[in-house]
Design a protein around this ligand. Structure first.
Ligand code: LR7
Ligand code: MN
Length: 576
């Protein structure tokens, strides 16, 4: 069993030392009808001004600002200073029942002030940073489908309370066909009285977060678009560092550190500043530990912008013109998923930069499952979106995605010609360039000899991860030729890997485990001898051997004897 997203994040928060990840697990939801066609929302293509100061950022267009005053605790209210809420035992049963509505404890959220106070979570070095006296304005775009009232409005209030007022042009809420009454007239009346201009736009039918964001972006009048999920809390000083970075380089897309708001107690838990975004073969977004290479580039300054290979997707700021120049979003993507990697690859490959700004912190309610429906079926939608990412941006590395997802080939990708044309028009670089220059630590090997199943000559069975996780035994079973758990890459760095994990052994006469790849050779270095068909473990000199008779599905390390039980075939002749 994989750890839940929230648990994994708590791991990060607790400061785990190894690469950590928060599975962006595809939520399991039921299906009804498919969502509709896409209108053409994205606009013009102006010449790229990457890395140059935007003409819109001349001083006459910038705004003088002062930091927002701190939000003081509301006396007698639960959850102040970001502390956890404990409901009285008499309410627990009802809270549990209502949890399902949003996949978070809505009764806990409802008990907290919409204007609750938080701790100042910033590093000391952030608190006395000086930002330019003139900065561009931003519009905040928040899309939602059936969001709870208190989380949605706390997102809005936290932005109003903690943004320098002259810099917050407006807040744009996009209702993606919610079915809850209070999100109708009641919401419109409420926001009409807010101290910052706030508007509600509605998609007529469920369009998914990608097309909903495009609709919101169309109405932005600020210079920078800031996207937030509908269950966030902005902290003190969150906005200035984002806008300052964009003003400095408008080709930079910037993300705050995303802290954790507990889905149960709504406690505000600071996330590590030592994680960045990556992805696995399935094209799930994942958090990993920032490598030393990037720390060195930043001269070990933890307050400096952190170049990240990918972003989580929900919380970021981007210059409005740059958003369109770089191709906004892929309108062919439905409901949820994929757009975060699509945009990340596109930004890097097409000449932009993607950064986490560690002096900016925004909390987000992380959930284990999605509360809403995925019309058409969750796996179909998520695979469809991921496939568009793979086919447009990943060149031959899309093979990893197809190999590990047996169902992916049968899902229709739709028309991707306009996205390919975009890649061409912007003269974007290859995925190899991205892996070499931006993400050499990626789970997708830059150079590899082989990708496919690995069959034993004697038993005719194949190596199989059996879906096991890091630290568990490598398995073996009959060859099904469907990819998935039987796909391994043999890399130029001498790894035999499946997704995040590598074959790993310590004893010349012992077990073979799946262990998170560390890329340092050592216990994870193997050499394949095509003549003898042996897979030799470099450190011990032993050979990968078929399971012995006592336990038929666990391959072992044994001193090499070149018998058929130690011969392996890497030549799968099927195409994923
Ligand atoms: O059909 C939909 N219509 C919507 O308007 C489905 C969703 N939505 C809204 C939804 O109400 C919410 O406000 O879209 C927003 C994001 O949906 P979530 O909160 O269910 O997504 P998430 O937080 O699980 O997912 C992350 O990955 C998504 C992939 O498509 C988006 O990029 C989310 O914005 C993103 N969230 C974050 O980056 C916050 C940090 C999470 C992490 C890691
Ligand atoms: Mn979210």
């Amino acid at each position: 069993e994989e750890r839940s997203e929230a648990e994994a994040l708590k791991g990060i928060v607790a400061g785990y030392d190894e690469a950590e990840r928060a599975p962006q697990g595809a939520p399991i939801r039921s299906a009804s009808s498919r969502s509709g066609s896409s209108s053409s929302l994205s606009s013009s293509s102006e010449p790229l001004l990457l890395g140059k100061v935007s003409p819109t950022y001349k001083p006459s267009n910038l705004r003088r600002w002062r930091p927002a005053p701190p939000v003081l605790p509301v006396p007698g209210r639960p959850g102040e200073r970001g502390r956890p809420v404990k409901l009285p035992p008499s309410k627990e049963a009802q809270a549990k029942e209502k949890f399902k509505l949003n996949q978070f404890n809505v009764m806990a959220s409802d008990s907290i002030s919409l204007n609750r106070s938080l701790q100042d979570v910033r590093l000391e070095g952030c608190k006395d940073k000086k930002y330019p006296p003139l900065l561009p304005t931003t519009s905040i775009v928040i899309v939602f489908h059936n969001e709870a009232w208190s989380t949605l409005l706390r997102t809005v209030w936290s932005a109003i309370n903690r943004s320098p007022r002259p810099l917050l042009k407006e807040i744009i809420l996009v209702d993606d066909a919610s079915e809850r009454d209070y999100l109708g007239k009641q919401l419109e009346e409420y926001v009409s009285k807010l101290p910052v201009p706030t508007y509600v736009y509605r998609t007529e039918k469920r369009s998914g977060l990608i097309r909903a964001r495009l609709l919101g972006a169309k109405h932005v009048t600020g210079q920078v678009i800031t996207f937030l999920d509908a269950h966030c809390e902005c902290t003190e000083g969150w906005l200035e560092p984002l806008l300052a970075r964009i003003a400095e380089d408008r080709g930079t897309v910037v993300c705050p550190i995303i802290d954790v708001i507990s889905d149960d107690t709504f406690e505000y838990i600071t996330a590590s500043d030592m994680t960045w975004g990556g992805f696995n073969w399935k094209l799930n977004f994942r958090w990993y530990r920032v490598p030393q290479r990037e720390m060195d580039r930043r001269k070990s300054d933890r307050t400096a912008p952190l170049r990240t290979p990918t972003m989580a997707g929900g919380l970021f700021s981007i210059d409005k013109e740059f958003f369109y120049e770089i191709g906004s979003y892929d309108e062919g993507m439905d409901i949820w998923g994929g757009e975060n990697l699509e945009m990340s690859f596109r930004i890097w490959q097409c000449g932009g930069k993607l950064e986490i700004i560690p002096c900016s912190h925004v909390g987000h309610v992380f959930r284990d499952k999605s509360p809403y429906t995925f019309p058409g079926g969750v796996s179909k939608i998520v695979l469809h979106n991921a496939q568009r990412v793979a086919d447009v941006w990943m060149d031959e590395w899309k093979d990893f995605y197809y190999a590990i997802n047996p169902g992916a080939r049968s899902v229709a990708v739709g028309d991707i010609s306009s996205r390919l044309a975009l890649r061409d028009r912007l003269q974007c670089k290859s995925f190899r360039w991205y892996l070499e220059n931006i993400y050499p630590e990626s789970q997708m090997p830059l150079d590899y000899y082989y990708l496919g199943d690995i069959r034993n000559v004697e038993t005719r069975n194949c190596l199989d991860t059996m879906g096991r996780k890091s630290g568990e035994r490598l398995g073996m079973t009959y060859c099904h030729k469907l990819g998935g758990n039987q796909v391994f890459a043999y890399t130029k760095r001498q790894q035999i890997m499946s997704d995040d994990n590598c074959l790993d052994a310590t004893s010349p006469n012992g077990p073979v485990n799946l262990v998170r790849c560390h890329g340092m050779g050592g216990n994870q270095a193997w050499t394949y001898d095509a003549a003898f068909k042996t897979i030799k473990h470099v450190n011990t000199g032993s050979c990968l051997t078929r399971p012995d008779s006592s336990d038929t599905n666990l391959p072992l390390l044994r001193p090499c004897d070149y018998s058929e039980g130690q011969q392996w075939i890497m030549d799968s002749d099927f195409k994923w």
